[in-house]
Ligand binder design. Structure first.
Ligand code: T4K
Length: 404
């Protein structure tokens, strides 16, 4: 077989018979999930701060090193509740290079997202850029522990303290990561984790807000449950953001395997480093700044020296049934709801724009093994060697699909 025939885009069979997804869920021990379901059904307590939710909250708080954990339906709603509980007004500074939910949560609270640039290597909110745009209208700063890497809390914290505004962390990607000072739960005023199916730890859907502030935690519990402080005692305008018992049980089963999931991610990351070694114009994003990332995302960077563009690499991989994703393209400030809001972009965001055009997330997690990674690396290597032929086929395909 010639090297040319080894690529699906050039007519060979795909490397994988079934799609290899980014974000295939990590699954906890099945027997304990089934057992927990029986317990829930026997107890006839399905939601509303039940025993599973309380146990889950205790475990999360202990792992991330926070005094309080409030489990909620998802991280997007969790962020909204937090902004409401902190009574944030005006503008909120955040990176544009994040999942759109971070911006939407701010906008949904009637606040103005103001986007700041990231640093080129880690893709994290750049404290210098925050310093350049923070001002009298700033009501909060939201850092995102992107790709599992902890933000520069020392620098962001100094800005937030000087301006007397809360520093909130979106840790949707970062369960299991630690900062140089310890658990992420001690950073900032409060932190929101996502427990969505695709995350390190999942509760099917879910979120967890953690904080050391007892009064804030009490407020969040009110807001999560329609503002009820007790039977018929309604104190605040709140919503229904309660986590169900079955979600909490899934979360508990997931937590029991956290160390195993982390080991798997580190092994996969090392395998990708080997498999992609020496590919022209293709590197793995560094994935650490301070502390230790959970390596839940493996992010390819395809620069100008690569014989194929990022999008061409993606199409090559898709043909192989490797469903690599362009997280996050477009970046938030160029998405339709925000792109005409000049107040939201006070300074140019060159690193954000460049990064959103060059990154590609590859499948990892417990559904991906070392042989898969080797095969992905081999196909990518072949594609780069065959770049002119690959490009010609892709151009033909585009021309055909554009034909009326
Ligand atoms: N902040 C940040 C920085 C975030 O990344 C996110 C969410 C949030 C906040 C908000 O957190 P939540 O409110 O969701 O708790 C996905 C997730 O839906 C989203 O949670 C996540 N970030 C984002 C990065 O990725 P999509 O639209 O790409 O998801 P979806 O459903 O296409 O899933 C991705 C891949 O995973 C697919 O190829 C299929 C596979 N998959 C997915 C699910 C749900 C499975 O194999 N099994 C599954 O059960 O947004």
């Amino acid at each position: 077989m010639t090297a040319r025939a080894e690529l699906a885009i050039l007519g060979a069979s795909p490397a994988f018979a079934h799609p290899l997804h980014v974000g295939r869920p990590n699954i906890g021990d099945r027997a304990s999930i089934h057992h927990a379901l029986d317990q829930i059904l026997d107890a006839r307590w399905l939601t509303n701060d039940g025993p599973m939710v309380q146990a889950f909250e205790r475990q999360v708080a202990a792992i991330v090193d926070a005094d309080h954990c409030i489990a909620v339906v998802n991280a997007t709603i969790g962020m909204q509740l937090l902004l409401q509980a902190l009574d944030v007004r005006g503008e909120v500074i955040l990176p544009s290079f994040t999942f759109i939910a971070t911006a939407h949560a701010i906008a949904m609270q009637g606040l103005t997202p103001v986007f700041a640039d990231i640093d080129a290597d880690h893709h994290l909110l750049d404290p210098n850029e925050v310093e350049a745009i923070v001002g009298g209208r700033t009501g909060a700063i939201v850092g995102v522990h992107l790709w599992g890497q902890p933000c520069d809390d020392a620098a962001l914290g100094a800005i937030a303290r000087a301006r007397h505004v809360p520093l909130i962390y979106d840790a949707a990607h970062a369960f299991g990561s630690v900062s140089d000072t310890g658990g992420l739960g001690r950073l900032g005023t409060a932190t929101v984790f996502s427990l969505h199916a695709t995350k390190m730890i999942n509760a099917f859907e879910g979120g967890a807000i953690v904080t050391d502030d007892a009064a804030l935690a009490r407020e969040l519990r009110l807001l999560r449950n329609f503002g009820f402080a007790g039977l018929d005692d309604i104190r605040r305008i709140g919503t229904n953001a309660k986590m169900s018992e079955i979600s909490a049980a899934m979360g508990i089963a997931s937590l029991a395997r956290l160390d195993e999931f982390l080991r798997h991610n580190y092994r996969n990351r090392a395998a990708y480093e080997q498999a992609l070694l020496g590919l022209p114009g293709v590197t793995l994003q560094v994935n650490t700044l301070v502390g230790r990332s959970n390596a839940h995302y493996v992010v390819l960077q395809v620069d100008e020296t690569c014989p194929l563009t990022r999008d061409e690499v993606m199409l090559v991989l898709h043909a192989e049934n490797v469903l690599a994703r362009r997280y996050f393209s477009p970046p938030c400030h160029l998405a339709i709801p925000y792109r005409d809001q000049s107040a939201s972009v006070p300074r140019p965001l060159p690193n954000t724009v460049h990064t959103s055009q060059t990154v590609l997330c590859l499948p990892t997690g417990t559904a991906v093994d070392l042989a898969d990674i080797q095969r992905i690396g081999d196909r990518l290597r072949t594609a780069l060697h065959q770049a002119p032929a690959v490009r010609a086929v892709l151009r033909r395909q585009t021309a055909q699909s554009n034909r009326p």
